[in-house]
Design a protein around this ligand. Sequence first.
Ligand SMILES: CCCC(=O)SCCNC(=O)CCNC(=O)[C@H](O)C(C)(C)COP(=O)(O)OP(=O)(O)OC[C@H]1O[C@@H](n2cnc3c(N)ncnc32)[C@H](O)[C@@H]1OP(=O)(O)O
Length: 565
Amino acid sequence: MDGSCETGQEKGSGLVEVQMCQSILPCHANHQGELGAGQLLKWMDTTACLAAERHAGMACVTASMDDIQFEETVRVGQVINIKARVNRAFNTSMEVGIYVKVQEVLSGTTKRVCVAFSTFVAKPTGTHKVSLKPLDIQGSVEKMLEYSLASERRRLRLYNEEAFKNLMKDYYNLQDKGLCSRKPITPVVSTELTRVESIELVLPPHANHHGNTFGGQIMAWMENVATVSASRLCSCYPSLGAVDMFRFRGPSNVGDRLVFKAMVNNAFQTSVEVGVRVEAYNCEEWNEGTPRHINSASMIYYIPGLDGEKQTFPDVTYTTLDGERRFIGAIVRKRIRMARKHILYSKDEGPISVPWDRSNQVYLGYNNVAALTVLAGKRGWEASSINDKLGVYVHEEAYKLCLKVEMKVKTTAFHAFSLLADLPLRPQWDKNYLSCEEVEKADDEETIYHIKCSTVKGSKSRDFVVLLSKRQPCKDGDPYVVALRSVTVATVPPDENSIRSEVKCAGFLIHEIGYITCKVSYYNQVTSGVLPYVEGSLAGWSKSMEETAMSCMSFLEQDLLTTQF
Ligand SMILES: CCCC(=O)SCCNC(=O)CCNC(=O)[C@H](O)C(C)(C)COP(=O)(O)OP(=O)(O)OC[C@H]1O[C@@H](n2cnc3c(N)ncnc32)[C@H](O)[C@@H]1OP(=O)(O)O
C-alpha cells in the first residue's frame, strides 16, 4: 500500500483530526505525470469521512463538498498530505475542514494545494436520524474560530441554491430589457459539440461497508467526463482549476448504473465551465427508464501554457433552450465565484467598501459576520478602563487598532439583540449618530443603512453606508451577532456636505449570562473615518466611549421595563 492514514484525538480538546499521506505514483497520474483531480477528491473524501465517523461513532455519508480552488499542480514523485478535522457538529450533520498540502521530497518544501469543507450526515443502519454530540472546543483559539465560522459557512451553503435562482431571475429581467450581452453568433463553436456521456456500474470496491457508493468515487467519475468535454472544445489537455459545490442529493448503491452527462456550459477567454449531471438507475429503474438525479456540479477548466500564461478557449454558443439556460447559468455562477473570491479571500488592501449587489450579497453577509467573529476571537486585549458595569479594551496588531467595550446589561440577550439590530434606534443612545435611515432590506438578516454622524472638532460631518448582518444563535451558548461593515450602493452617492467615511469591521456580540442578564460586547476595528469619534477616549482626554456605553446600557435596560409594564 502506498498511502498511510492516522487518526488522533487531541488531548483535552475532544477534536478529531485524521491525516492521510500519499506518495504520488504513475498509477495516480495522467499521461503528463500530474495527479488527477478525481484521485485527489477520492482521498479527500475518504479522509474527511473517517474524521466524521470518528466523531459520530457510526457510518456517515457525504452530503456536500463546498467550492474548491486548486492552487498547485501535484506531480509523480511528490507527497500529498491531507488533514481533515471536524469543525462543528450541528444536528445530524457536521462540517469537516480538509487541508491539502504537497511536499517536494528532495527539498522538503511544502505548498498548499487546496482547502475544502465537506458536510457529512450520520447514517446509522435503518432510517432513523441521529443527533450528534457537540464538539468540545476548549483549548485552541484557532479551533474555536473555525467552530464559529462553520455556522456561517453552513448558512452560505444552504442558501446557495436560492441565491443562484434569484440571480438567474435578475439576469432574465435584464435580458428582457436588452441590458445583457446577446447570444454570440459567429465565429463560434456550438456547446452541443462538447456533449459527453459515460456509464459506470457500481461494484463493491466503489462502495463503503453499507454498500453506498463512495462520494469520492462519484466525484472522480464526474471529473473524468468533464475533462473529456472540456478537451473537445480546445482540442488539447485542459486542467481542472475549480469546482462549484458537489451536492449529494440522494444515495446510490452497489449494483446501480450511474450515467454521467457532461457538456460545456460557457467559455470565458481563459476558462471554461463544464456542467456534469449524474443519474442513477437500479435494475427496475433501468428497465423503466426512470433515473434518480443524484448529483450535479460545475467544473472550471483552464489550459496551462508553456510560459505560465493561460491559453484562450474558442467562443461558444447554444442551439437549444436548455443550452441557453446553461449558458446564462454559467455567467451567473462566474459572477458569484468572483464575488466569493474577492470577498472571502481578500487581503487587507484596497478600499474598505465593497459594492453591494445581489451576486455578492450572501458573501458580504458571511464576510461581515466572519470578520467580527475573528476580531472577537483575538487574544491580547489590554484593558484601558474598567468598572463594575463596563470595561473598555484595546488591541493593537500590525498597525491595526481595535476597540472592545464590554457591558453587563440587565435584560435578556434576545431583547438586547432586537434593540441593537434595529439601527435606526441608535441615535436614541449614541450622540455621534444624528440619523440612520434604511436604504435597502435584502432579507430578514441583511439590511443597508445610511448613517449621518455629528461633526467633530469643527470639521464637516461624516456619513457612512453600512451593511448590517444579524444572526440568532445556532446553538445554546452561541452569541447573538450584529455585524456592521461599509458597502457602496448607487442610490446613496457621497454628498459634498459630508465626508463619506468607512467602517471596516464593527458590531455587537451578545451572550446570555444568567436570568435577565447578558453581556454585550461592542467591537470596532478603527479606520480613519471612525478615528475622530474615538481618539479622545484612546488618548485618555475624554470619557465619551464610557458615556456612550452607559447610555446604551440604560437604553437597553429601560426599554425592557417599559415593554414589560
Ligand atoms: C467515504 C464514504 C462516505 C461517502 O462517500 S457516502 C456516499 C456519498 N453520499 C451519499 O450517498 C449521500 C446522498 N444523500 C443523501 O443520502 C441525503 O441527501 C442526505 C445527505 C443524507 C440528507 O438527507 P436527509 O437526511 O433526508 O435530509 P435533511 O434535509 O433532513 O438533512 C439532514 C442534514 O443534512 C444537512 N444537509 C442536507 N443537504 C445538505 C447539503 N447539500 N449541504 C450541507 N448540508 C446538507 C441538513 O442541513 C441537515 O443537517 P442538520 O440535521 O440540521 O445538522
